[in-house]
Design a protein around this ligand. Structure first.
Ligand code: TYD
Length: 210
């Protein structure tokens, strides 16, 4: 990030991979160490973003894929301009649940849109801003499902499709992490919350010392 002296950390991963737990543990640890932490998220990390979040997550009926991608990008543009950049300029630590990697993984996994186009759109929206560190909580979607649902009924068509979609989201995330190994820290989300938190703290300590 070029916008100031702060540190910008994003969390990524499938639904139910434990991002919120890790974000809270990391925020507590950073605060105890004397850092000022801004905890935020996309979509919905600003007032305008809340309105956009309501559309993308709660609108009944379809949203055309390009319109959906633009809504996430609009949320991102406003959030980076009004929340993230100002906090970084004040020298604070921004801890953010989801960023542009979510768009590439989720909007790209629908197979209609191309990952590079989605990334370029987001980078345009955010004037090129990229986090210093992205924590990817990686979890096999079937394992995530088993955690929630231990019965062994066969999947119906819709459920199978959902699992397939989440498998594509996971693959897209792992590809993004492989392409930018210096930005990403990939964590096995099946491990205990404390051992994941310890790995995160070790990496963040190095980052803060830079
Ligand atoms: P949220 O309730 O924040 O879920 P989670 O706890 O899993 O983070 O909902 C965010 C949803 O929005 C999630 O399913 C992923 C999706 N999303 C996108 O599809 N594209 C994006 O660019 C972002 C930021 C989120």
């Amino acid at each position: 990030m070029t916008a100031g002296s702060g540190v910008w950390i994003t969390l990524e991963g499938g639904d139910g991979s434990g991002k919120t737990t890790q974000a809270n543990l990391l925020a507590d640890w950073l605060t105890a160490g004397g850092q000022t932490v801004v905890s935020t998220r996309e979509p919905g990390g600003s007032e305008v973003g809340q309105l956009i979040r309501d559309i993308v997550l709660h609108h009944r009926g379809d949203i055309a894929p390009r319109a959906e991608a633009l809504l996430y990008a609009a949320d991102r543009a406003h959030h980076v301009a009004t929340v993230v950049r100002p906090a970084l300029q004040r020298g604070e630590v921004v801890l953010q649940d989801r960023y542009l990697d979510s768009s590439v993984a989720y909007q790209g996994a629908g197979r209609v849109l191309d990952g590079t186009e989605i990334r370029d759109l987001s980078l345009w929206a955010a004037e090129g801003a990229l986090p210093d560190l992205t924590l990817l909580l990686d979890l096999d979607p079937e394992a995530a499902r088993d955690r929630l649902d231990s019965d062994d009924k066969p999947f119906d068509r819709l459920e199978a499709e959902k699992t397939d979609f989440h498998a594509r989201v996971r693959d897209a995330y792992l590809e993004l992490a492989a392409a930018e190994p210096e930005r990403f820290l990939v964590l096995d989300a099946a491990a205990s919350a404390e051992s994941i938190a310890a790995q995160i703290r070790a990496r963040v300590e190095t980052l803060l010392a830079q």
